[in-house]
Design a protein around this ligand. Structure first.
Ligand code: CFM
Length: 546
């Protein structure tokens, strides 16, 4: 073992850690990666300092997924009564089938296709002669079996390579059925540099083909949409519970446990509350332009963050009845949270965490670690953009490259009959004057301590190196990282699928998380990772080259 790795955390200056991460790379690769590793200054820049949303360097084992995963798996996967049909080889379907642990409740209609895996099961023959006929047949079969309101078709890589026209096939089938909305997503895995491109493609098609189809006014007061909440491990159920208690009506969730009709009616809500900025900000912007619905950033990960987000929603509506109920709910929920913290924090205080998750959670979960009095020493996204790191004020200064230009930007204008400002100019100004922020996301960097390491698109090599060097008490990422990190003797929590746990959102979720982290960071099992003969070799020898 090199002597350097024996240093303790306190001895590591962030610049030294950065240099150690880059040390082994060829110079060109090192220069590129250096731009994606930032020693945080915790200040708000106008021009982005960190490079993000760029191609992974070939040869590097990235943690990222593909564009298809972002579209089919992330945005559309959690919809329960839309048949999500994958046009492609079976592996792509199987990979995207229930692995994300997004939960669903079949609701009063019982219509739920989540447990099915729909695929055209493309074969070599289809690649050679074209797969359009097979796709039409599969759509027909799904329709005959289930008579769903809607069928969504997803392209995998080979579909784009051979040029199947999935949009025309879908349009023809929609016309043929008359009572089933069929549309397609050109979300081939290679379309963008990561899942993120798939989010954008999904946002565009959801906006085009679903939002605004049903003008019927839904019952209830304080109508919002919750955007960017995917009900992983039941998070959405806990948030729904809290909304219900507060009297807030959630018209549509994009897209945890969502239904076709929720999307169709979502334009009737009066506020868009955006949880995961990365995956869904496009829809929020488009709905504002077309229908006049303002959007705010919220976060229901962390008990304090939940309370803050509820207060923000109540402040927007500005009615005393809602403000009072929200305060009452917070007062009812917080004692349970505080009791759990009083018991657990003496055991977690001062411990360190690292988080490398997709595009939001590496930020959101910092709230929970803060509540446990743990320090997040390094964090980063797989595929977040520069605005997710440094805040939306950098948006005008982000250089758009060819890969981003490849993804369609749809032109949206105000709907002639249905555009309706939710608040008057005067009301909006008054809210803003009181410190209320619309369309604002400050990003991860603003919340991270000075001198911590923010790393974009962390890879397998750097993850292991970082753990060896800084020895965090817990490392959070996904299943691909789980076992290699655990082998280093550090507990690993999956923040994508939550392992087998959850919910972690809201008040009850926060308490679940505290208990789970307590168990992980205080377990003695990690001290037994080395076999006895590795610790106390009876015979010691060295290689000649050492
Ligand atoms: Fe948003 Fe997500 Fe995330 Fe994401 Fe994802 Fe996910 Fe994620 Mo995995 S939508 S960006 S594409 S919060 S699936 S629920 S956990 S990488 S940090």
């Amino acid at each position: 073992m090199a002597t350097a790795t024996k240093k303790k955390l306190v001895q590591w200056a962030p610049a030294e850690v950065k240099a150690a991460l880059l040390e082994k790379y060829p110079p060109k690769v090192g220069r590129k990666r250096a731009k994606q590793i930032m020693i945080n200054e915790a200040r708000q820049n106008e021009t982005p300092e960190l490079t993000a949303n760029v191609r992974t360097i070939p040869g590097i084992i990235t943690m990222r997924g593909c564009t298809y995963a972002g579209c089919k798996g992330v945005i559309m996967g959690p919809t329960r009564d839309i048949v999500n049909l994958v046009h492609g080889p079976i592996g792509c379907s199987f990979y995207a089938w229930l692995t994300r642990r997004n939960q669903t409740d079949a609701g009063p209609t019982g219509e739920n296709y989540m447990n099915y895996c729909f695929s055209t099961d493309m074969q070599e023959q289809d690649i050679i002669f074209g797969g359009e006929k097979k796709l039409a047949q599969a759509i027909q079969e799904a329709y005959d079996l289930f008579h769903p309101k809607s069928i969504a078709v997803f392209a995998t890589c080979p579909v784009g390579l051979i040029g199947d026209d999935i949009h025309t096939v879908s349009k023809n089938m929609k016309e043929k059925f008359g009572d089933c909305n069929v549309y397609a997503f050109s979300c081939e895995g290679y379309k963008g540099v990561s899942q993120s491109a798939g989010h954008h493609i999904a946002n565009n098609q959801v906006f085009r083909h679903l939002v605004g189809l049903n003008d019927e006014v839904k019952p209830g007061k304080y109508k919002i949409n919750l955007l960017g909440e995917y009900n992983i491990g039941g998070d959405g159920f806990e948030i729904d519970r809290i909304f219900k208690k507060c009297g807030i009506t959630c018209i549509s969730t994009f897209s945890g446990n969502s239904t076709y009709d929720q999307f169709a009616s979502s334009h009737t809500a009066d506020l868009n509350a955006v949880m995961c900025h990365r995956s869904i900000n496009y829809v929020a912007d488009m709905m504002e332009t077309k229908y006049g619905i303002p959007w705010i950033k919220v976060n229901f990960i962390g008990a304090k963050a939940t309370a803050k987000s509820l207060r923000k929603i109540a402040e927007y509506f500005g009615e005393k009845a809602l403000i009072d109920t929200v305060e009452k709910v917070i007062a009812e929920e917080m004692p349970g949270v505080e009791a759990a913290l009083a018991e657990i924090t003496p055991r977690t205080e001062g411990k360190t965490a690292m988080m490398f998750v997709g595009g939001s959670r590496a930020h959101h979960y910092k709230e929970l670690f803060d509540e446990l009095k743990m320090k997040t020493i390094s964090a980063g996204y797989e595929f977040g953009h520069q605005d997710d790191y440094e805040g939306r004020q950098v948006l005008p200064n982000i250089q758009v490259d060819a890969d981003s230009r490849n993804i369609e930007e749809i032109e949206v204008s105000a709907d002639e009959t249905r555009f309706k400002p939710r608040k008057s100019d005067k009301e909006m100004k008054a809210l803003e004057k009181a410190g209320y922020k619309f369309k604002q996301y400050d990003g991860l960097a603003a919340d991270m301590d000075k001198g911590t390491l923010i790393i974009d698109d962390l890879n397998q090599y750097e993850a292991e190196k970082l753990v060896e060097l800084m020895k965090p008490d817990i490392f959070c990422a996904g299943v691909k990282e789980k076992y290699s990190i655990q082998k280093l003797g550090v507990p690993m929590k999956q923040l994508h699928s939550y392992d087998s746990g959850g919910p972690y959102a809201g008040f009850l979720g926060a308490v679940n998380f505290y208990h789970e982290i307590d168990r992980l960071v205080n377990s003695k099992v990690w001290g037994f990772m080395k076999a006895p003969w590795q610790k106390n070799p009876e015979l010691s020898a060295s290689y000649v080259w050492e």
